[in-house]
Design a protein around this ligand. Sequence first.
Ligand SMILES: N[C@@H](CC=O)C(=O)O
Length: 308
Amino acid sequence: MKRYPKTIMATACLPWNESFEFMEEMFRQQVTDLQQMGLRHIYLFGTAGEGYAVSDEQFEHIVRVFASSSQGTDMQPIVGLISLSFQTMLQRAKKAYALGIRDFQISFPSWGALTESEMLRFFHEICGAFPDCRFIHYNNGRSKKVVSVKEYATLAAEIPNLAAVKYTALDMPTAYQIAMNDSPLQFFCGELGFGYAHLLGGECSMVVSLGLGHMERTWRMFEAAATNDLERLAMYQQELSGIREGILTIVGAAYMDGAYDKLLYKLTNPAFPLRMLAPYDSSTDEQYRQYRDFLRERFPAWLAPNSG
Ligand SMILES: N[C@@H](CC=O)C(=O)O
């Protein structure tokens, strides 16, 4: 039995005005839009959500707004903890907990790659401090230590509230390991990793990014995987591979994730600003228009109806 539901998880991005103040109403609108797209597992402060860049004050303010946006709904708010300082991660987790958050997305401190024993201490100390919470490990090369699927089997046995893994690696051998693993952890892969895992005869959950252009179609892809309709799944997989190629050509490959994910959500709300906190470069309105036109021309089925 998996410790986390099989579903599609999505990031919430952070809208900043010209003075780099958080745009609360724009953010609430985004959370509502994501919910209307059928998404229930929405996370803050991954890479796309600039979790590495916010100050403690911004963290608390935004979590407060996020938590209140989920009140009275069936949404499951997930808060990411990214910091070089483990103490800061713990303090942020305490603040979010006090605001009602029970699902966290954690990544290793990245100044140096954690050793085996440091990694264990990390999981024990943070997951152990909040035994009534669920933790999703964001397994990411940026934190210098990437955990293997095999290592997760051991971790799952030791850490009862480690519930899931966000693992957006694309390669087929990793997708195969994820597809075939029978640990209680729910693995979340990007759309293409999700497609590979199912085409290889296994299963996993999805973190959406490229598919946000048209969530209905992404849910159809999810459904095709669940019903083993491999022909349809392969078609979606091929289309999304073309879309990935397109966005990387238009925006370039050197940016932080927010440069892509803000542009992807902008297809739903063209007023959403692309700005990112300093010192990181954002994508531009011109790139947004080029990407929208590229979708319109090459992959119209993946373009949201109100994309400006
Ligand atoms: N773009 C997503 C997933 C990346 O690994 C995020 O930023 O959380």
